[in-house]
Ligand binder design. Sequence first.
Ligand SMILES: Cc1cc2nc3c(=O)[nH]c(=O)nc-3n(C[C@H](O)[C@H](O)[C@H](O)COP(=O)(O)O)c2cc1C
Ligand SMILES: Nc1ncnc2c1ncn2[C@@H]1O[C@H](COP(=O)(O)OP(=O)(O)OP(=O)(O)O)[C@@H](O)[C@H]1O
Length: 308
Amino acid sequence: MKYITNKDEISLEYDTAVTLGKFDGIHIGHQLLIREILEGTKQGLKPVVFTFSFIEKIRKDHVEGNLLTEEEKRNFLEDLGVQVMITYPLDDEMRHMQPEAFVEQILCKKLRAKKVVVGSDFAFGYQRKGDVILLEKLSGVYGYELVVLDKVAMEDQVVSSTIIRQELLEGHMEKVNSLLGRCYSIEGTVVHGNQIGRKLLSMPTANIYPSFEKLLPPNGVYVTTIETKFGKYEGITNIGYKPTIGGETRPGVETYLFDFDGDLYGQVIKVNFYTFERGEYKYDSLEELKEQMFRDKDFGKKYFEMNR
Ligand SMILES: Cc1cc2nc3c(=O)[nH]c(=O)nc-3n(C[C@H](O)[C@H](O)[C@H](O)COP(=O)(O)O)c2cc1C
Ligand SMILES: Nc1ncnc2c1ncn2[C@@H]1O[C@H](COP(=O)(O)OP(=O)(O)OP(=O)(O)O)[C@@H](O)[C@H]1O
């Protein structure tokens, strides 16, 4: 997949099927739009996702972050079969661009869009004045096919990244997963902890520190699966600051993998979240923490027995 972040490099040399938006999470609604641009390949059009960089707006504290980091979004779109991803800088020039100019100069001239796919509420251009009516009108002028998809809803609620972010911050993982059409996941490189898990708690853990732009569910314990280069394992994961031990300055994601006995240090793992079990708690002693962690392990094992 071609990945373009420099606005001087967006002139494409082939005809394209383009969808536009923020695409945070790439939820079940976004996936429909992407499927539609992939259909464009049958007419010889390359599928393109055009999105903006909002980096400057993100408070880097896991609370106003995104469901997907830029890297995750890129990998995900590539896996889906998208051939070009453009992350366009949302600078002053772009912010003030009239919607008609955007369609003419960017969409038609630079991206050579012959098919444009958007949701029915798509808005773009200065003051979000451009909409599907304008796109329809201009399709006759510039000769592209416009496909407008109805917004996907689930249980009478329109699916949106905003709703998924809210549900995630509440720890409603089942809801988040059904709106995403897959498990919420966090990726990172396994780093060394302070070895208390293996030596004193009889529970070795793989520690990762997610990127700051990544939105995290509430601190606490979750049932998870973990993708590693050795395969996929079931496990139990704590998100937080380990208050019983102390000394942590940023939240970590710490996982005990069931039935695994190998070395993960330095490797990238992906942790998939299924359900929230309990909040993180400051115990009076390591012994109490250890007893609770073994109850957490039983909880996780039972969850998979019942949900396999
Ligand atoms: C399932 C699970 C539950 C945990 N729950 C808590 C908790 O409630 N409070 C806490 O302070 N630490 C909790 N932890 C973190 C432990 O304190 C941590 O695993 C231990 O300190 C070992 O850390 P280390 O890998 O740096 O050696 C939990 C860890 C796991 C895997
Ligand atoms: N539920 C949905 N069904 C179909 N298309 C959707 C849905 N949600 C968004 N879209 C479309 O996907 C494109 C990208 O939209 P955008 O990234 O703004 O999604 P969003 O989920 O509505 O985000 P936000 O909640 O931040 O507004 C737009 O064309 C939008 O209309």
